[in-house]
Structure formats: structure tokens, C-alpha cells
Design a protein around this ligand. Sequence first.
Ligand code: GDP
Length: 177
Amino acid sequence: YGDYSQKIDYVFKVVLIGDSAVGKTQLLARFSRNEFSFDSKATIGVEFQTKTLIIDNKTVKSQIWDTAGQERYRAVTSAYYRGAVGAMLVYDMTKRQSFDHMVRWLEELRGHADSSIIVMLIGNKSDLASLRAVPMEDAEEFAQRENLFFMETSALESTNVETCFLTILTEIYRIHA
Ligand code: GDP
């Protein structure tokens, strides 16, 4: 009946950062388990989920880290960033402040992570279009200036979630494989 053991060609660590409540945990839940919850998470502490995908006929295991609440205490440590080859900077497109804080998060990231890290800016909650507080042009301009990929997503409606993870992982693969 064949060999069910899976040979992993690459393991890529990607970290999620951004203010509390922008939807980092739900983006990860959507990507890794195709789940979504309106409840805020119960656990505190760094956690990660893995998902294995095929890119260019190679088995790539993505290890996606979530701050799991630590951002509330400004306690994201250098251990969190260690070994990361990708980062997703997430803001809530209905909360201007969460976008304005992207500068700080990027600074924090660049201070801790390897300079070759691939970074994607994500405006989450695109399903709440009528509450938009961040024009797409502002985000595009920031992304262009800082050399980031950019995408708007909805973890609730599943819009662009798979695409944004695939985009960053494919880019990481292109650089590291
Ligand atoms: P985190 O603190 O950044 O990890 O944020 P969470 O993933 O815990 O999400 C915070 C709140 O926003 C929760 O109530 C989620 O259900 C909600 N949320 C997350 N993503 C979306 C989304 O795409 N659309 C909407 N409408 N709500 C979302």
C-alpha cells in the first residue's frame, strides 16, 4: 500500500506580528485548519501551527508562529523572531491605529530578524468594507516604500488567506531553496 512517510524538503518559519485583535490568530486558523471563530483566544503564550504544501514538486513545511496575546504586553521576544524567513505584518483595515503601528512593528522586526526576511503587509477584515479606515492606496504606498508584499484579506470570508500564505511561502522558497 505504499509508503505513507512524508519526506520534508524544507521547513520555513514565518511569524505573524501586529496589534492585538487584528485577526492574526484567525488568519492562522483559517490557513492551517480552515476554521474561524468570533471568540477571542483563551491561551497566552507563543504558539505555532504547521501546514505542509507542495511548491515546485517539493514538500515544504510551513511553521507559522502566532504571538498568542503577547503583543498586549509588548513581550514579543527575540526567540520569537529567531530563524524566521518570513513575516506577516497584520493590521485591521477598520482600525487606523493598527495600520499606523505598522511602522513600529516593522522597526521591531528589522531589529530582531535576519535582513533577508520576506515581509508581507496584510490588511485584514476586508469583509467589513463599509467600516474601512485605511485606504488601499495608503497601504500600497507604505508597502512600496518599505519593499513589502501587500494584500487585503478576510479570515472570516476566507478571502485571499490561502493566496497570501502561498505568495509569501513561494517567495521564501524562491530565495532559500
Ligand atoms: P489577534 O489578537 O490579532 O490574534 O486577533 P484574533 O484572531 O483573535 O481576532 C480578533 C477578533 O477579530 C476576533 O473576534 C475575530 O473573530 C475577529 N476577526 C478576525 N479576523 C476577522 C475578519 O477577517 N473579519 C471579521 N469581521 N472579523 C475578524
